[in-house]
Design a protein around this ligand. Structure first.
Ligand code: TIH
Ligand code: FE2
Length: 312
C-alpha cells in the first residue's frame, strides 16, 4: 500500500509535508489550454491506466468549476466505477454489522445510501440535510486545513468525487468517494457524531495559530477518522477511515489501542499511507462527547500550547 512513496512520486519530504498539512491528495493543476490535470504518481495503481486518468481529470474539472451555493455537478460514472462501489458496499455492509458501533449502524440505516451505484454528492447532501443539516461540497484536491475544518461548523463537508482504482478496492491511502460517503456521510447522519464534527469546526475557527490547528486536526484524525470505542462489550469502530476500508476494518482490533487522551492524540504522529497501528479507545459515546466534544467546545491557542509543552 506504499505506492505514494515510490521513487517517481514527487519527493518524500514534500509528501510528508502534505500529510502534515492535510490529508493526502494528488496535486491538481490547470494546463495551458485550461483543462485540468490530476498528477498521479508512478506507483499509483491508476498511473498506467489511461481510462482511469481521464476519469480523474474529468471529475476534478467538475469540482474546479463548482460554484458555491449551486447544485453539485453530476459525475457521470462508468459501469466499472459503479461496480467498485457495489463490491465495496457489499463487503463493508457485512463487516459493519460486526465491527461498527451501534450509533453508526443506526445512522447508516436512517441515511439509506444506495448499495448498487455511486450516489451523487448532491443526492448525499439531500439525504443528510433533513437529518442533521449537513451538506456536501465537492473538492478537486487538497483543501487547506482551516477551510476543511472551519466549514464543518456550518454543516458543510468537503468531499472528493472520484472513486479508487478497481485494482485496489479494499484500501486506498487517498480519500475517495467511498471513504467520504460510506465512511463520513453515514456518521454525519447521526445527531451525536455530527455534533462532534461541528464542534471540531468551531474549534478550528477559534484558534489562530498553525500549531493549535494541527493539534485539533490530529484529534479529529484519531477520533472521527480512526476512532474506536467500547460498544456492546467489544471494541468497535466509529472512525470513517476504518469504516471505509474492508481491508483495514479486519485489522484494527489487533492494533496498539490506547486510552482516549487529548494531549496524546494531539501530538501523536501518524502515517496516512498504511493501516493505522495506534488507535485511541473511548469507553462510550458519552465518554467521547465529554472528553473530545468538551475539548473542542472550549479549547483555545493557550490551552493547546500548554498541552503541547507538557508532552515535550
Ligand atoms: N484508507 C481509507 C480507505 O481505504 O477507505 C481512505 C482514507 C481514510 C483517511 C485518509 S484516506
Ligand atoms: Fe476522511
Amino acid at each position: 500500500y506504499n505506492w505514494l512513496l515510490l521513487p517517481t512520486f514527487p519527493d518524500i519530504a514534500v509528501i510528508s509535508l502534505m500529510f502534515e498539512e492535510a490529508q493526502y491528495f494528488a496535486p491538481v493543476s490547470t494546463r495551458d489550454d485550461g483543462s485540468i490535470e490530476v498528477e498521479l504518481g508512478a506507483g499509483h495503481p491508476g498511473f498506467a491506466d489511461p481510462v482511469y486518468r481521464a476519469r480523474r481529470n474529468a471529475i476534478a474539472a467538475l469540482a474546479v468549476g463548482y460554484v458555491p451555493g449551486t447544485p453539485i455537478p453530476t459525475a457521470e460514472y462508468t459501469d466499472q466505477e459503479h461496480e467498485v462501489w457495489a463490491l465495496v458496499s457489499r463487503e463493508l455492509g457485512r463487516k459493519h454489522r460486526e465491527y461498527a458501533t451501534a450509533e453508526y449502524l443506526r445512522a447508516a440505516e436512517r441515511l439509506g445510501l444506495p448499495a448498487e451505484r455511486i450516489p451523487q454528492l448532491q443526492e448525499v447532501g439531500e439525504l443528510l440535510e433533513p437529518l442533521t443539516g449537513f451538506r456536501y461540497v465537492p473538492a478537486a484536491g487538497l483543501v487547506p486545513l482551516r477551510d476543511f475544518y472551519g466549514v464543518l461548523a456550518d454543516g458543510l463537508f468537503h468531499s472528493t468525487q472520484y472513486i479508487r482504482h478497481h485494482s485496489t478496492p479494499l484500501y486506498t491511502p487517498e480519500p475517495d468517494v467511498i471513504h467520504e460517503v460510506i465512511g463520513h456521510a453515514n456518521a454525519l447522519a447521526s445527531d451525536r457524531y455530527s455534533r462532534l464534527y461541528r464542534l471540531a469546526g468551531a474549534a478550528a475557527r477559534r484558534v489562530e495559530g498553525k500549531e493549535a490547528l494541527e493539534f485539533i486536526s490530529k484529534i479529529f484524525w484519531f477520533t472521527m477518522e480512526f476512532g474506536v470505542m467500547t460498544d456492546q462489550g467489544e471494541l468497535r469502530a466509529y472512525g470513517a477511515g476504518i469504516l471505509s476500508s474492508y481491508g483495514e476494518i479486519e485489522e484494527f482490533r489487533g492494533m496498539d489501542i490506547r486510552p482516549l487522551d487529548i494531549a496524546a492524540m494531539g501530538t501523536t504522529h501518524y502515517d496516512i499511507t498504511k493501516y493505522q497501528d495506534v488507535l485511541f479507545r473511548a469507553e462510550s459515546l458519552e465518554h467521547l462527547e465529554d472528553i473530545v466534544g468538551g475539548f473542542w467546545a472550549t479549547c483555545d491557542d493557550e490551552v493547546i500550547a500548554r498541552l503541547i509543552a507538557d508532552v515535550r
